[in-house]
Write a protein that binds this ligand. Structure first.
Ligand code: SF4
Ligand code: SF4
Length: 377
């Protein structure tokens, strides 16, 4: 590595900065790469060395599973090398979540248990989230913090500008604009724009950087703010002396679930079922790749939300219009099953279904009320 020739800008108080981008595996991988690469390229505009990397890039990254990429920028090569000596940055200056449902906590690759989104952020650091919601709405679903930070919301829906067919929706440029606002000494707006102009030769991309800079809204978060409603995923890791040989998956009795198999951190949306219009055809139960449906005593199928990854297959295969509706994950506070609520009081449940899903709970027009294929109704 060549030694940096740049003199350290006098405005810089720290010797390096680390930005973490939390994204959904595969779907948003290219997006995360473009953001971390964009940070490094913009920093180089002013002679600051940096590097972008992913700690899980060579692992079998899976669809939708939270993963992380990093950008580190330093005042010189020595500081950069010192920073890179760590396997994975334990403390970061800024965390960027490119999907707002990630604020419910992240169980990323190589991490045991659910980690609050602010966990690696230093005191008085920044959590940036792309979302069409307000900072207060985001905070209502973010774990209670034990140190202060600033929450920034970059306007925009969850982006799936990833995969191998990259369709740029300018989330990358808006995020870079927001980063220039929170780190003006390291990523001055003009230099970020100059870099994006050189890279893209597209004035719309440059305008998106400016928009991200101007339109991002901020809210200071004090220690103790946030929710404690999310389930704590507490389990003890086996030590090397207690670990069993090889990979052993215990057999389960019929009807019994593996208590450790919880994949809800993967979810951006969750299925909500209209039990009144369900015809008990079994399609959801058969086609769910994660076996999330349980058969109830009445022959309906209820979702076990702890196991559901939110893939949406059940909603696609269900033959009844709006019987299973995929709903924004941030509308929910817990993974509690809702079927008992329907059994207790159908009218109240149906009113909740309509409010939550935005769809009518009445049978689809032109069709009679649900015809029970199985069960006894
Ligand atoms: S969205 Fe439906 S099909 Fe997909 S994991 Fe959840 S319950 Fe199963
Ligand atoms: S009608 Fe829909 S919800 Fe009911 S069993 Fe069939 S697929 Fe599942």
């Amino acid at each position: 590595m060549t030694q940096a020739t740049a003199t350290r800008p006098t405005s810089l108080k720290a010797t390096d900065i680390t930005i973490e981008v939390v994204y959904r595996g595969i779907f948003q991988k290219t997006l995360a790469q473009r953001i971390t690469r964009g940070v490094v390229l913009a920093a180089r505009q002013r002679g600051l060395p940096g590097t972008a990397f992913s700690r899980y890039g060579d692992s079998p990254e899976r669809n939708g599973v939270p993963a992380k990429q990093f950008a580190v920028v330093a005042v010189n090569d020595i500081e950069l090398e010192a920073s890179m000596a760590r396997y994975e940055p334990a403390i970061v200056d800024v965390t960027v979540a490119v999907d707002d449902t990630l604020v419910k906590g992240v169980e990323s690759w190589a991490w045991y248990g659910r980690q609050p989104i602010w966990k690696p952020v230093r005191a008085n650091g920044v959590v940036l989230v792309t979302s069409d919601k307000s900072p207060d709405e985001i905070l209502a679903q973010t774990d209670k913090t034990d140190r202060p930070y600033t929450l920034g919301v970059i306007p925009g829906e969850a982006s799936f500008a990833g995969l191998w067919v990259y369709k740029d929706d300018h989330t990358d440029w808006r995020v870079l604009g927001a980063l220039s606002k929170v780190l003006p000494d390291w990523l001055p707006l003009d230099e970020v724009k100059a870099q994006v102009r050189t890279q893209t030769k597209d004035e719309n991309a440059v305008a998106s950087v400016q928009y991200g800079h101007d339109a991002t809204t901020f809210r200071p978060v004090k220690a103790g703010e946030g929710t404690d409603a999310h389930e704590k995923l507490a389990f003890t890791k086996p030590g090397w002396t207690t670990m069993r040989t090889g990979v052993i998956v215990d057999a389960r009795k019929p009807g019994e679930r593996n208590p450790q198999f919880k994949r809800y951190a993967t979810r951006t949306q969750r299925p909500v079922v209209n039990f009144d219009t369900c015809i008990k055809c079994t399609m959801c139960w058969l086609d769910c790749p994660d076996e999330c449906f349980e058969v109830t005593g009445s022959g309906h199928f209820e979702v076990v939300y702890e196991a559901c990854v939110g893939c949406g297959i059940c909603a696609q295969v269900c033959p009844v219009k709006d019987c299973i509706v995929m709903v924004d994950e941030l509308k929910f506070d817990s993974n509690k099953t809702v079927f008992p609520e329907w059994e207790k009081d159908r009218n109240t449940y149906n009113a909740w279904f309509e409010k939550t899903s935005g769809r009518s709970a009445a049978p689809p027009k032109g069709e009679k009320a649900a015809v029970a294929v199985g069960g006894d109704e």
